[in-house]
Design a protein around this ligand. Sequence first.
Ligand code: PEP
Ligand code: MG
Length: 804
Amino acid sequence: MIGVVVVSHSFSLARAAVGLAGEMVQGRAVRVEVAAGLDEHTFGTDAVAVAEAIAAADSGDGVLVLMDLGSAVLSAELAVDLLDSPHEVRLCAAPLVEGLVAAVVSAAGGAGLDEVAAEASDALSGKQSQLGAAVSADDDAPTGPAVRATFVVANEHGLHARPAARLVTALRGYDADVRLRNLSTGTGPVSGRSLSRIAGLGVRAGQEVEATATGPEAQQAVDGLLALADRQFGESAQEAAGPSLIEAPPSGASTSGPYPASPGIGIGPARHLSAPEFEPPDHPGGPPAAERRRLDAAIAKARNSIRAEADRASRARDEATTGIFEAHLLLLDDDELSEAIGERIAAGQAAATAWATVFGSAAADLAQLPDDYQRARAEDLRAVRDQVLAELLGRGAGISTRPGVLVATELTPAQVAGLDPELVTGMVLAQGSPTAHSAIIARSKGIPALVGAGSRVLEIPEGTTVIVDGGAGVLEIDPDPGLLGEFATRAAELRQHRHAARAAAAQPAIMRDHTVIDVAANVGSVAEAVAAARAGADLAGLVRTEFLFLDRDRAPTVDEQEQVYREIAAAFGGRRIILRTLDVGGDKPLPYLPRPVEANPFLGVRGIRFTLAHPGLFRDQLRAIARVAADHPVGVMFPMVTALDEVRAGRALLEEVAPQGLSVDLGLMVEVPATAARASAFADHVDFLSIGTNDLTQYALAAERGNDTLAALADPLDPGVLRLIDMTCRGAGDTPVHVCGELAADPGAVPILLGLGVTELSVAPPAVPEIKAAVRASDMKTCTALAARALRCPSAAEVRRLRA
Ligand code: PEP
Ligand code: MG
């Protein structure tokens, strides 16, 4: 497929243009690379960066380069000279934004370099015709027997960019030449493969279009086109409107959950996720300029989290939910509302009051309307109002905090992170899977949780008593007094067992045969580091540094990073911490860095692939880590390693920024099955290996970790996964092997992991005492025999029976 490179003086401009183009192809994979700005904030272009972007975009079919002004063109020309690429690289004079959109749409449809370049070059014609110039009909009208049909465009805004993009993408799938004519205005015919030409037809709602197709699949192309038109090109009320709450709708996909996601027993009244009720301040605001700045910052934060939600939904191919969040983004920027808010702030109102009043009254107006659809939009206004208010009033993710068991369709990692475990005694999610990041955070907060419970849980009446057994995967709704008493007794026993384990948590974990096992903690914040040290963690086995990079507008500086890493190191008081370098991509997008449009982000540019593609960001992080390593025992590990060259490149960057002679243990995460299979090749180049069983499981079993319908399949105790762990331990030789995936926090899995040869277990802080207790209860001989039997089991269920 053709790759596309955007060269611009401005990083933000390029990022926004790539985002816009990505919208047109709805998750189809087109490799778009960006070389823009001297850094994120400084205007300029750099030929070496352009050359790197071209190399990254080149999959062998050729690369189209689009540029903005002046030196962008010079840098691109120089880059082509520098590269001396064996494949064709074409510099295109098209206008940047329109050209990029046209190029991405045609590349997504599989067009060759000539066609993509022609599409981009013709990208202004739609706008020109709309502003007065007549659209010329394509001269090379088809010959041969033709299939004709007409359809009326029912889309509210006619055949605008997004439906036109869908039409082009669909028609490119057929071996047919399709011409379109706007019968209502007599414009055309134009090629159905050209987004810009179709835009030039200026088709409005209610207008009739004629399609004429020739070629071997003419009939199929026309049938496909009519079906698409019938569905309003993906914008029919059913597809586009969807529900109007922030919560994602029930997937409708069958689920045989609930699945255990975080151990413990939680009992309490069901509490459905509800929008928080905020009381905006009634006192006057501060200086208008300061109030405006606060509001802008709150809007920016809300925009980032809504954008992340939209991306998540879009990756899950959930178009209805994506549409909701897209609409919310538009509401954030609504000119009319923003003008009214601006006037109130200028008149001395506090930002929160102005925002709440204007959005509140717009929602109230909509709620009066007779039309159901318009009335439902009031919910969207209220959702956006509350999200920005939550930021303005410093209430974080804004989840209801009434005491009880929280029931919701799905929660974002940020929402779970904001829960108060004192109030939320349990959590039941209709969707989600045990290895998704939300579940991981629930475990780290010690909140008993069930996921993938199915949409029926959303119908549990508010306040009904529910029991959540997050270890066994049991949900009891409105239990009789006998059952309630039974669970209450078990919960008390569990508390007692935990109490005993906690009392011994600070002691080392020594097996019966005297083998010492380090039980470390996985932490994702300074607060968690403090909690982990308190919980008795010997070390930090995985610091998920991405917490510092997510939910913000720009990357943290080296100083900021250094300070936070130092605080984490201080929490562990001189004991080793392993900082994992930034692991984004997959289900953790970074809002301020452009990502290529990827059909399968989990198989795309994530982990070390991402950081190597952003060497400036990577160097900064390694620089901050090196500073801390100067006076604290620190390990660094790279996530998602697949190739030895990645380790070499990462090490080279570390050596480049670290002072000579600095001692830093370097390790890699084993998350890719091929890496496990070649562990011996990697072991010679690193100081330790750390198995990330969450990702290793998803890649070994081809079952996405966040996909609730596959939760039963994605079991880390599957003998196939255990064999990969076994291969890693055997391949590693004397190099220590840690496990930092969630499997390490399963007390039942501990003897198997120890028997396979794992030397360190790293778990969520609340699990430390219990995992230490499990280690102390084991002896190596029994563990080795148990592991050998587990490897021979035919299924995860058999492994579970074995250890029971
Ligand atoms: C893993 O994949 O097991 C892991 C520990 O990394 P994360 O869960 O952060 O992807
Ligand atoms: Mg991982």
